[in-house]
Write a protein that binds this ligand. Structure first.
Ligand SMILES: Cc1cc2nc3c(=O)[nH]c(=O)nc-3n(C[C@H](O)[C@H](O)[C@H](O)COP(=O)(O)OP(=O)(O)OC[C@H]3O[C@@H](n4cnc5c(N)ncnc54)[C@H](O)[C@@H]3O)c2cc1C
Length: 302
């Protein structure tokens, strides 16, 4: 779609459209070129209008908090959509049920649940993503994941058609869900169990400490690079990487974390190509030395 056409459309749409927007600062790796079109809808109406006008005219990628994505150095040819403030509401539906917008952070939702004496969402306090990203990735830690508490998802497809899907109609896998890629999650309903906020708070603190001891914090990373190969070995992926690759392996500023071998880090100015070379090298070495084929958990955006 021509820039001029989009510019004309932009005049009537409830949202902000930017051209050639840098996306480097919108992801935790701090890597990436520009987005041809970057769209921040101001309302659901604006989002649907854009989708209907843009339908079949180019690629779309939905960005959450960018804590699990690796962008390319080249321009993303298409639209990157990021939900903002108007998709960030949280409300209590009954004593154990919460509805949250897709742009709410998982940390904020876990705090809300705690303040309302609802247990079961504590694990989210350890994950730096949004609700939208958490649904797509079926994120989790300490043996709890989204599938354990999700009741339903409200979404719109890339053609602008809205739907609600009950969670029991969705197949959840380890760090993925079986739903088409052309969906934008708008909000989700979660069910926990009543418990005192004091107990919840203590449990959350425990999890946060455990997590900080095991994994690096305050660095430019996308979290776990590869999924644990659960059906192939009892070993964790970081153990396989440690046994197959020297920890000092690097491609430019793309390095392996000293604290956790499955966390790859942009030391300063790593290029996307360097991070991808590191990912491919580690994958090859693990395959050669252990026979195990690793799958990336990080979403590589082409
Ligand atoms: C330091 C660190 C620690 C981490 N620890 C954990 C952990 O313990 N457990 C864990 O599971 N993960 C962990 N992660 C990975 C990451 O935080 C999670 O996968 C998170 O849920 C991703 O959310 P996000 O909003 O950042 O998604 P993004 O990275 O922005 O996107 C991830 C995927 O979700 C899709 N997506 C995002 N929003 C929407 C939406 N509204 N509608 C449709 N699709 C959408 C994107 O298109 C993409 O495919 C960690 C990452 C970091 C950097």
């Amino acid at each position: 779609m021509k820039k001029e056409d989009i510019k004309k459309l932009a005049l009537s749409i409830d949202g902000d459209i930017f051209f050639d927007q840098s996306i480097k600062n919108l992801n935790w790796f701090n890597i990436g070129g520009k987005a041809e079109i970057f769209f921040k809808p101001k309302s659901l109406k604006g989002l649907i209008e854009y989708l209907k006008l843009y339908a079949n005219r180019g690629k779309i990628f939905v960005l959450g908090n960018g804590s699990n994505v690796l962008f390319d150095d080249e321009k993303y040819q298409g639209t990157i959509i990021k939900l903002g403030k108007n998709f960030s509401n949280i409300a209590l539906l009954d004593r154990e049920t919460i509805i949250a917008g897709a742009a709410v952070t998982q940390k904020k939702l876990s705090e809300f649940a705690k303040d309302n004496n609802i247990s079961g969402l504590e694990f989210m306090s350890c994950i730096p993503g949004s609700i939208g990203g958490g649904i797509r990735m079926n994120s989790g830690c300490f043996k709890k994941e989204f599938k354990d508490i999700l009741i339903s998802i409200q979404l719109v497809d890339f053609k602008g058609i809205m739907r609600s899907i009950p969670a029991d109609k969705i197949k959840f896998n380890y760090r993925s869900i079986e739903l088409p890629k052309d969906l934008i999650f708008l909000s989700a309903t979660f069910k926990g169990k009543e418990k005192s906020s004091f107990e919840i708070n203590n449990f959350m603190k425990e999890l946060i400490i455990k997590k900080e001891l095991a994994q690096p914090t305050k660095i430019k990373t996308g979290g776990s690079t590869f999924k644990n190969p659960i059906n192939q070995t009892d070993k964790k992926v970081w153990e396989l990487i440690r046994s197959a690759v020297p920890n000092e392996t690097n491609y430019g500023d793309a390095i392996i974390s000293e604290k956790h071998a499955n966390f790859f880090v942009n030391k300063k100015n790593a290029k996307s190509e360097e991070m991808k070379s590191l990912i491919n090298f580690v994958k090859d070495q693990v395959k050669k030395k252990t026979g195990i084929k690793l799958d990336t958990e990080i979403v590589i955006v082409e």
